[in-house]
Design a protein around this ligand. Structure first.
Ligand code: URA
Length: 236
């Protein structure tokens, strides 16, 4: 948000409350602009030029919101859906604002690290194939993977419509689990790569994007804001 905007719009864009709620807060005298009581929700303010205080606290206006979610199984990576709950529906009131969408998709049954933002440019950079952001997944398979699978992943798995870029596969000895690192994000890619090796993915969880790990303290369905450093980690 660069130029002057309505005061109620600024406050609701920052997750303070709905337009109606922040309008009431303003009219009740809970908001100061440059130290002066401001009771008109429609007044235009440039948050870059003016100090806004809500209940005494300075508001640090952020242009965009960047969230990390631990996506649970059973919800769609989409902004809105008429039939099925989406990741956006799971966000608590204080993290909601207009225009949020998941940057990239996980299948409905896939869990783990998902970035949600309202910054279209950032999402575009994150998803652009040429940027080759590595994504690490943990997969549970119907049968263990072996050294021939590791070699095949490293060479690039041929699928019906394209050949995958080389990927790193790491079996977890004595289990049906494996870690796989890919730098593409085609539809059902990881499941299709394993299927090409005769293996069925029973569970799939994304744990890292670039150098950013899923926060282990986030329970399934929980989300929190990313710090500036964490945001940079995605691209490093
Ligand atoms: N690969 C898949 O097959 N599914 C996902 O959700 C992510 C990567």
């Amino acid at each position: 948000m660069m130029a002057a905007e309505r005061l109620d719009k600024i406050l609701s864009s920052q997750g303070i409350g709905s337009r109606k709620e922040v309008g009431q807060m303003i009219r009740r005298g809970m908001v100061l602009v440059d130290g002066k009581l401001q009771k008109r929700p429609e007044i235009r303010v440039d948050p870059q030029q003016s100090e806004i205080r809500v209940e005494g606290r300075v508001l640090h206006v952020q242009k965009y919101l960047y969230l990390m979610m631990n996506k649970p199984a059973g919800v769609l990576s989409a902004a809105r859906d008429h039939h099925t709950p989406t990741v956006i529906d799971l966000l608590p009131e204080n993290l909601r604002r207009k225009g949020l969408f998941p940057a990239g998709r996980l299948d409905k049954d896939t869990t783990g690290l998902l970035i949600i933002t309202d910054d279209g440019d950032m999402a575009h950079r994150m998803l652009a194939p040429k940027n080759h952001i590595f994504k690490l997944y943990e997969a549970k398979l119907d049968i263990p993977v072996d050294e021939t699978d590791v070699q095949a992943f490293a060479q690039g798995i041929p699928l019906k419509d394209f050949t995958c870029l080389p990927a790193r596969l790491e079996p977890i000895p004595g289990t049906n689990l494996a870690r796989v690192e890919v730098r593409e994000g085609k539809f059902h890619q990881v499941k299709r790569m394993f299927a090409a090796r005769g293996k069925l993915v029973l569970e799939l969880r994304r744990v890292r994007m670039g150098a950013l790990f899923l926060d282990p303290s986030l329970k399934p369905g929980e989300a929190r804001e990313l710090t500036e450093e964490e945001l940079k980690l995605i691209f490093s």
